[in-house]
Design a protein around this ligand. Structure first.
Ligand code: M6R
Length: 607
């Protein structure tokens, strides 16, 4: 997954492209590059690493131009090198690409046989070479792109620039999102509206199979069959102020500390003015119409589904199935009109989740998206899009999006219980009352940051770390392990506490910290028994619990972290704080790149 920008502007496009690419860096940061066309001549600068490296390159070797395309890369085919960085240029054609050209090998062989010289290991270069060969054969740029697109297989978004054409860009979408931005005598292309926000808020989203011929006068959009298509021009509400870290050292720290306020905002969206009932302002959602809920997502969003499964089943007695999106559609699960299928995604652009949504679209009774990015592909393709209201999340490791997803599902589970006749009005009010205490309780948990930072000093010395939890603490253990792995690069695994004795207990020795999430709840004693089994084998346990739990079970443990007392229903939201904080501070101890960990990207737009 990569980020694409294109500008046909009235003044210097290079600095604008760098600004826009910074907004797309969440899609990948292995390399970046820019190509311009000025007086018909293509120029290009590329650099390995983050945008700052490209800025340094541009400072020593400036590039001019009012028209250009730019790219920030998450490597798929070929290592992060300058040669593999986009744009790729062949003859008069410059190309930037997000996605994968699945048939690039036979195309490359064919082009090589015809004399083409390849300079990179990427799948993208075949697009530039093929288009250049078409132009060499006498086609116009538009005809050449049309003919090129017909040869490509895979999921991609592309932007083309041409030598000899200072007022032309061509964009194409098949599987990966792409938006056209409309300015005043200027036109833009971007992977998302956030990238375009500093330039314009008037946006046309290309639909599946569309391609667009863009000049400063506007865009002509063609559908997959080559017919002129009329696509809606929307005015989008994307914050055009550059997102900053405030007083925090990292975006992740800022986003962790924002949780009390964004979660309060999310809750206020889903509660009526008196805070006596859950409401869905976006439209009709009646859980009683369905026999089953199916929830699909990736990574942290999947763990939010995992928690939600407990809530929907316990409160509303509706069976819930959950699956990771990358597996879901390939097992061809039966989906019926009595199924409510919920897709969860912070970015709303995750390719696996989007593909799973398309699989159920004509089969399910209702397709709901629970998303953070309201203008995203997943939001637009679902029947009903429910926002989590977390605000822009920049850090690659998800934090506030997770707790806001949990808050939304906690509220929806209460709504479902009411609609299915499984809860008395008084019990409903009591649960809502508990929900509204979450922002305060998160604040109390955040106050334990110094204790968590101290513990992280020791965790940073470990090679392997295990996380344990029962009930809703099991997905929290999974989330804690994921957060630690991606931020600190320490190997970590999450297990259901009771599962440890079925194999993983063989890993236990005095060098492996075992982090037990154990609020006092009906499962507490069972978790403590599992913890004792670890300690009996020399394992060192970090017990994360409340004051009562510490009183009852701290004997013999390595360390104890005390969180506020919380109703078991809402414990997952509060125990997300140590899951995030321990990973964050361990990463700081290890000196890793907290906001942009190696090998990752914020939005994963390839399968
Ligand atoms: O944007 P999405 O919520 O669809 O992203 C899903 C995962 O890629 C994401 O949660 C990932 O696991 C995060 N890096 C976890 O911190």
């Amino acid at each position: 997954m990569c980020g694409i920008i294109g500008i046909l502007g009235k003044s210097d496009a290079v600095s604008l492209m760098v600004t826009a690419l910074k907004r797309l860096e969440y899609r990948g940061y292995d390399s970046a590059g820019i190509a311009t066309v000025t007086d018909g001549v293509l120029g290009c600068r590329r650099a390995v690493g983050k945008l700052v490296e490209l800025e340094a390159t541009l400072a020593t070797a400036p590039l001019q131009g009012k028209a250009g395309i730019g790219h920030t890369r998450w490597a798929t085919h070929g290592a992060p090198t300058t040669a593999n960085a986009h744009p790729h240029i062949a003859g008069p054609v410059a190309v930037v690409h997000n996605g994968i050209i699945e048939n690039f090998r036979p195309l490359r062989d064919e082009l090589r046989a015809a004399g083409a010289k390849f300079t990179s290991e990427t799948d993208t270069e075949v697009v530039a070479q093929l288009c250049a060969a078409n132009i060499a054969a006498g086609m116009t740029p538009q005809q050449a792109v049309d003919a090129t697109l017909k040869r490509l297989e895979g999921a991609f978004a592309l932007a083309f620039l041409f030598a000899g054409h200072d007022n032309l860009m061509i964009a194409a979408r098949r599987g990966s999102p792409l938006a056209i931005g409309h300015g005043d005598g200027e036109m833009f292309i971007g992977s998302d509206a956030l990238a375009l926000a500093p330039m314009t808020n008037r946006v046309t989203y290309l639909e599946e199979g569309d391609w667009a011929v863009v000049t400063r006068d506007g865009a002509k959009i063609y559908d997959a069959l080559g017919n002129l298509a009329n696509r809606e021009l929307r005015v989008v509400n994307v914050d055009s102020v550059m997102i900053d870290k405030g007083t925090h050292r990292h975006f992740m720290a800022k986003e962790i500390h924002e949780q009390p306020s964004v979660l309060a905002f999310a809750l206020s969206h889903y509660l009526n003015a008196n805070r006596t009932a859950v409401v869905v302002p976006e439209g009709d959602l009646d859980f009683s119409q369905f026999n089953r809920i199916v929830m699909v997502a990736c990574g942290t969003a999947f763990y939010a589904c995992h928690v939600a499964k407990y809530w929907f089943e316990q409160h509303a007695r509706i069976p819930v199935e959950i699956d990771v999106a990358s597996e879901f559609r390939y097992r061809e699960p039966p989906i019926s009109p009595r199924d409510l299928v919920i897709f969860v995604s912070q970015s709303g652009e995750t390719a696996d989740t989007l593909a799973a949504l398309r699989y159920v679209k004509d089969k399910a009774g209702l397709v709901v998206a629970v998303i953070n990015a309201p203008e995203s592909s997943i939001a637009r393709e679902a029947d009903l899009a429910l926002p989590i209201k977390a605000g822009v999340e920049v850090s690659v490791a998800s934090s506030k999006a997770f707790t806001c997803q949990l808050a939304v599902f906690a509220a929806l589970s209460i709504l479902a219980a009411r609609q299915c006749g499984k809860i008395e009005a008084s019990a409903e009010t009591a649960l809502i009352q508990k929900l509204t205490q979450l922002p305060r309780l998160i604040n109390e948990a955040l106050a334990q940051e110094p204790a968590m930072a101290l513990i992280a000093r020791d965790l940073a010395k470990a090679r392997d770390i295990l996380f344990l939890g029962r009930g809703t603490m099991f997905p929290l253990a999974l989330e804690g392990a994921l957060k630690l792995k991606e931020l600190s690069y320490i190997h970590a695994e999450g297990y259901a506490s009771g599962e440890l004795k079925h194999g993983p207990i063989a890993l236990i020795d005095e060098s492996v910290p075992v982090i037990c999430f154990a609020p006092v709840d009906p499962l507490f004693d069972k978790t403590v028994s599992n913890m004792q089994e670890v300690m009996a084998r020399g394992g060192k346990v970090l017990l994360v619990t409340d004051a009562e739990g510490a009183e009852r079970a701290s004997d013999g443990v390595w360390k104890t972290l005390i969180l506020p007392k919380i109703d078991p229903f809402l414990a997952p939201v509060i125990y997300a704080i140590p899951a995030q904080m321990l990973a964050y501070h361990t990463a700081i101890e290890k000196g890793t790149d907290v906001d942009q960990p190696r090998n990752l990207a914020k939005s994963v737009t390839v399968e």
